[in-house]
Ligand binder design. Structure first.
Ligand SMILES: [Fe+2]
Ligand SMILES: [Fe+2]
Length: 371
């Protein structure tokens, strides 16, 4: 019988990481799992795709950069990192301000679901594929995401709630995306994940008095994992110039807009959490969008004009529409709900109509995490 590592942080494969999660699941909370199960437009989703098409990728034209990236991931610099140690300060969950507790737990559950969503998709690709390059990459990325999700679940368990990840895998609804949409969406979520984690990490480095939970101390190595995952998707897109030209430029703009708008709305739903961090959500959004746009110039032929006079006000209008939507849903007001949905949709179209900025993509996609 194989002995498995005691903690997800030490797991060398995704299978091992998930087996550990499985053992812990009997203590996990139904309410946190129920939150992770929600399928609204804004909640993190699980994805499935055409794995055969993905498996047919040939990375020959990016071989040097590919091998360099894979070798770094195989060397596994973060093995053992994602677990509590002496730096993990005690948290008095009982006496935490109830509004902060609620928003912070919501943040942790949605982050855990998003990490695990990556894990499930990557693991499935690894399982179904035959292409050695592709399966190796997806195995390595699934390994990392299992550790990330496991670590957030450790933090949640201390608060008396944790997500039953095995249950989610089986029961959460899967959204089908064509491979190219998976590339755009996943590339962006990895790079925006990096930008979010590093921005919070640097901010708390300068203002440690705002670090109200120890998990933020782990964000530096964490964001480096996400950075590498983003690099891998940039290389996958680089294998086929069609993915970033012609009509696909519209899809790139669509996904950039959707990912940025979703982040803006979700972050503004957690005012107390951001106040505790000492972060203005408008500043944070602008900062993260700027970093993500700069990074995405490695592969995308356009960036969004976030300095356009309509950009900020339209995001605020979409946020307000979402607040009204939630309220109308709670009060079962069908007409008000429809109007709020239309306002949100119109806001999104209005963002899409802001002219984007052209970008000349460099020959090599390779970047280092410099923020
Ligand atoms: Fe992750
Ligand atoms: Fe990732």
């Amino acid at each position: 019988m194989n002995t498995i590592a005691a903690h997800t942080a030490d797991a060398t494969t995704v299978e091992e990481g998930l087996a550990i999660q499985e053992q812990q699941a009997k203590f996990d909370s139904d309410s946190a799992t129920a939150v992770a199960m929600t399928n609204t437009l804004l909640a993190p989703r699980f994805y499935t795709t055409n794995f055969d098409e993905l498996d047919a990728i040939d990375v020959s034209n990016v071989r040097d950069d590919w091998d360099r990236l894979i070798n770094r991931m195989v060397s596994d610099p973060n093995k053992g990192h994602f677990k509590k140690n002496a730096d993990w300060d005690h948290i008095d969950w009982e006496n935490m301000d109830p509004d902060l507790k609620k928003e912070f737990i919501d943040f942790l559950i949605s982050s855990c679901t998003a990490e695990f969503s990556g894990c499930v998709l990557y693991k499935e690709m690894k399982r179904r594929g035959k292409n050695r390059d592709v399966t190796q990459l997806f195995q390595l990325m699934a390994r990392d995401e299992a550790r990330h999700a496991g670590f957030i679940n450790d933090a949640l368990r201390e608060a008396g709630v944790a997500v039953n990840l095995g249950f989610l895998t089986q029961k959460k609804k899967y959204t089908y995306f064509r491979p190219k949409f998976i590339y755009y969406a996943t590339y962006l979520s990895e790079k925006i994940g990096y930008a979010r984690y590093i921005t919070i990490f640097r901010h708390l480095e300068a203002h440690p008095e705002h670090r109200f939970h120890p998990i933020f101390k782990w964000f530096h190595e964490w964001c480096n994992d996400e950075f590498s995952h983003g690099e891998a998707f940039a290389l996958l897109m680089k294998t086929d110039p069609k993915l970033t030209s012609g009509f696909n430029k519209f899809w790139i703009k669509f996904f950039l807009t959707a990912v940025y708008a979703t982040m803006f709305v979700r972050d503004h739903q957690r005012p107390v959490f951001h106040q505790a961090l000492g972060v203005d959500p408008d500043w944070f959004a602008y900062e993260v969008f700027t970093k993500t746009s700069k990074l995405s110039e490695q592969i995308f032929p356009l960036t969004l004009n976030i300095d356009h006079p309509r950009w900020q006000s339209t995001l605020e209008a979409i946020y307000k529409a979402n607040v009204d939507l939630a309220d109308a849903k709670a009060k079962k007001q069908v007409f008000r709900k429809t109007m709020a949905q239309l306002r949100a949709a119109w806001g999104f179209v209005s963002l899409l109509m802001i002219p984007s900025k052209k970008n000349v993509v460099p020959m090599s996609t390779r970047l280092e995490p410099v923020y």
